[in-house]
Design a protein around this ligand. Structure first.
Ligand code: F6R
Length: 630
């Protein structure tokens, strides 16, 4: 939530490559806008002063403002794109916030929990506030320390020292970036439980909420730890803790290129990411098994003996990632015979869960920064559990704080609604399940080899669904005025139904619910009325026959009550034809792997329908990509 960029250079970049600080910061904000788009703002240090502009609404509004009221050339700047927490999305609440008589500018991601108390103290000192934000309080505190406690002498009481002292008094989760007119050529940043990475350049350095904030300029990045402060100039990066003790970051190379974070000819990132899915699955499978069908997850680095002793698995995640976890449960229990629970991360630690050294906690997160998931993982570790993170973002906090990580290789996911990360998460969960089964001798190597062979065919099958999506898209467009759509599924089709409903509500703002088909008669069937559209995800007729015929009965039941039945079924399943208004076929595949295929039509449906309504499918209202506050 909220995108943050900072930049210091020592000479103007060549024309066309992002000229001064403002160009670099705006390009970073463009790439980070998916993290929040309630307002945007920038500040630069130039001519011994701070100049800033900020505007409610999307980045485009800020660009208009900058055109009308340009900023001076500068080599030092910060920028922010906001997802509102304290105070509505207005110009006044937008960041940066100024303090110290307008000589200090601060941007912030997160929540300062003790802001009310600090505000009272500052009000008592005569400080005036013009916004409702906690950020302005942090800025005022920093300004007060810089000016009054350290005497405002930049040679002695530096901005870095002021930041250290301020952070000692702040509670909550935050990333803060500050620039001061008295210290041109310096950006100081702090992080506690909120994301921040450093980008290393030649004669210039960068800060970003994630690497997309500077990916156009450098691939060299530095991970920071919790409770650290970093001071960047054009030629230096210095890291300390909140008390001034020197600290080190971990340098790494970003392994995706900027082009993969562009729309690539599609109308939206979401559409592009739906089309990226064959590759996302293929990349996640790549290099993780040998020719004999033996899984080689060397990166897991948890003592295999410990994994053999695991007697319970708890999968922790939120939203779409939690639905990937539900799919994982079916596969892991089937292959490993280890009881597996799936829990929404935000519920987990508040219910005194039973966790011990034999519990394996698997967290799933695209961003690796979801605060609810991070807190749940921390809690599980404190209770002695072993923790594995399935994550798409290299160097992010959740994998760093877990015992081991299994990266999904879906590439950057920019659209707020998750698509390719979901399929990659499911793929990684299958690999983990098979690995545990291999380790514990639950299934034969031959069986593992067969599943891996089936998995290797999935990318081409997804491509086939994408290539034949015309009729589904036509149907979606024709349904743009629907008020409600229901989704039914059973077994692994149940999480797919939940995901189909979530996609539709979040980007098309249509009421949508996913149900386990067996639950229908226990209540939800009362919702069925004349013309109610119902998607039904039908299990393969080749697998558990009883389940197939039961779901076909469910289709008949809702149809008999007037529903329009829209059926996702396996190729060759003729039994559904008589009861379906529309059938969308997916290629044959073993039941457990089916979600990798049956999800795709539902993603396409939601994206097409939302597009037909004229909505911005990449940036749905009220949402942001990384939920970094609890
Ligand atoms: C929905 C969606 C969210 C995320 C959830 C967890 O399309 O994207 O429900 O899945 O916020 O995010 P991560 O995976 O980053 O932890």
């Amino acid at each position: 939530m909220c995108g943050i960029v900072g930049y210091v250079g020592n000479s103007s970049r060549p024309a066309g490559a992002g000229h001064g600080a403002l160009d670099v910061v705006l390009e970073g904000l463009r790439r980070l806008e998916y993290r929040g788009y309630d307002s945007a703002g920038v500040a630069v240090v130039a001519d011994g002063a701070i100049s800033s502009r900020k505007k409610a609404g999307k980045l485009g509004n800020l660009l208009g403002e900058l055109e009308a009221r340009p900023l001076p050339e500068s080599l030092t700047g910060i920028g922010h794109t906001r997802w509102a927490t304290h105070g509505g999305p207005t110009d006044g609440n937008a960041h940066p916030h100024l303090a110290d008589g307008g000589r200090l500018a601060v941007i912030h991601n997160g929540i300062i929990e003790n802001f009310a108390e600090l505000k009272q103290q500052l009000l008592a000192k005569g400080v005036e506030f013009s916004s409702e934000t906690d950020t302005e309080v942090a800025a005022a505190l920093l300004g007060d320390i810089f000016r009054n406690q350290l005497g405002g002498d930049s040679s002695k009481g530096s901005l870095t020292e002021a930041m250290q002292l301020a952070c000692q008094r702040l509670e909550g989760a935050f990333t803060l970036l500050a620039v001061h007119a008295d210290q041109p050529g310096v950006v100081v940043a702090a992080r506690r439980n909120s994301p921040l990475v450093v980008g290393l350049g030649e004669g210039e350095n960068f800060l970003g909420s994630d690497v997309s904030g500077f990916i156009d300029y450098t691939r060299r990045a530095v991970e920071l730890g919790q409770d650290q402060i970093v001071t960047i100039t054009a030629d230096s990066v210095e890291i300390t803790d909140f008390f001034g003790a020197p600290a080190e970051g971990k340098e790494y190379n970003v392994d995706w290129d900027p082009a993969s974070a562009e729309k690539g000819g599609f109308n939206s990132f979401m559409e592009k990411e739906i089309h990226d899915q064959p590759d996302a699955v293929a990349q996640t499978l790549l290099g993780r098994s040998d020719l004999n069908g033996k899984l080689t997850l060397d990166e897991l680095r948890i003592d295999p003996e410990l994994l053999k002793q695991v007697d319970k698995i708890i999968v922790l995640a939120c939203g779409t990632a939690a639905y990937a976890g539900l799919v994982a449960k079916y596969a892991i229990e089937n292959w490993c015979r280890i009881p597996t629970e799936v829990e929404l991360a935000h519920e987990f630690r508040y219910r005194d869960p039973i966790v011990d050294a034999n519990t394996l906690v698997v967290s799933i997160s695209q961003s690796g920064e979801t605060m609810d998931t991070l807190m749940a993982v921390r809690y599980a570790r404190e209770q002695g559990a072993k923790t594995i993170s399935i994550c798409n973002t290299n160097g992010s906090t959740i994998p760093r704080e877990s015992d081991a990580v299994l990266y999904t290789h879906a590439g950057p996911e920019i659209a707020v609604a998750s698509t390719k990360a979901f399929l990659a998460q499911i793929t990684a969960a299958y690999l983990l399940g098979l690995y545990l089964a291999q380790l514990r001798g639950n299934i034969f190597t031959g069986q593992i080899k067969d599943v891996l062979a089936d998995l290797s065919k999935i990318p081409a099958k997804i491509q086939k669904i994408l290539d034949n999506s015309g009729p589904l898209r036509e149907l979606a467009r024709s349904m743009k005025d629907e008020k409600s759509v229901l989704f039914l599924g059973r077994h692994v089709g149940f999480p797919v139904a939940l995901e189909g409903a979530l996609k539709l509500k979040e980007i098309a703002y249509i009421h949508a619910e996913g149900f386990a088909a067996g639950e229908l008669k226990h209540g939800p069937i009362a919702l069925i009325d004349e013309g109610q559209p119902v998607f039904v995800v039908v299990p393969s007729p080749r697998g558990r026959d009883s389940l197939h015929s039961k779901v076909v009965s469910n289709i008949q039941e809702v149809r008999a009550r007037g529903a329009r039945t829209l059926v996702i079924a396996e190729e060759g399943d003729e039994a559904v034809r008589d009861y379906a208004e529309h059938v969308f076929y997916v290629p044959e595949t073993p039941t457990l792997l089916m979600p990798l295929l049956t999800t795709v039509p539902l993603q396409i449906f939601a994206a097409e329908l939302a597009g037909a309504k004229g909505y911005d499918v990449d940036q749905p209202r009220n949402l942001a990509k990384s939920v970094t506050v609890e």
